[in-house]
Design a protein around this ligand. Sequence first.
Ligand code: ZN
Length: 311
Amino acid sequence: MLSRRYLIAAAMAVGLAGPAFAQDAAPATKLPVVASFSILGDFVKEVGGDRIAVSTLVGPNGDAHVFQPAPADAKKVAAAKVVFVNGLGFEGWMNRLIKASGTKATIVVATKGVAPRKMEEEEGGHDHGKDAHAHEETDPHAWQSVANAKLYVANVRDGLIAADPAGKATYEANATAYLAKLDALDAEVKAAIATIPAERRRIITSHDAFGYFGAAYGMEFIAPQGVSTEAEASAKDVAKIIRQIKTEKIPAVFMENISDPRLVKRIADETGAKIGGEVYSDALSDDKGPASTYIDMIENNIRAFSSALSS
Ligand code: ZN
């Protein structure tokens, strides 16, 4: 078996032999950029508009926590002038990919300026035969608060202007128009949550992806898996959540587009909690789905939360 590293290196050699992007890009040439995952890719498209060509590494319904880059991804990164990443530990595979690609791209961390949520987490999934070892983890899902999404957009705008100063006016105008839409979206979320009785604003999801949403809008999210999907939920964690749903009468559990629905279905079966449908945590849907843009994603999620919890 060839190692992944070797495959990436081989792909790079092929890539270098192929057509390269012109160093002195004419205005007609779109700026090649990469976004690590679909939600960030949507922000980049909104701000970059016609001046850029965006490649997204982790596509619709993909799970960035456990993504394994392919040789084609190294080629995209190698060809990019700017690579946009979430940061906060979301893309554990990114540094190795950037290194393997040999790219000269500027790396823009889209969460710059976000106040990170830190979580105390027990190590799940493994029985170490001794007391569970608690450690602090950073929650990477900052985009779930619309206020944070505005920081992403500002960082994307500044990154594009730095890479393509000739497009400054376009990037600023696009960002300003989109930021206004995000302000309207933020108000929409607050209005929707306000219709849910306070004592019913508690939700189970499979992994802990909605902490920033909960903190921003006053809802509590509980998840058997931690802030990453890498480790399976332990039997102990699942049992604990089942007890919690019963004693606290948590009304609804939600499936996520990126996760296996079986765990959530099992929890619903064992507790009688209702399945509130599918929500979008770490990735957009494809074009035919209900959440192919960030704005549609947030609107889909608040519709799902409201309809499951309001009555
Ligand atoms: Zn996640």
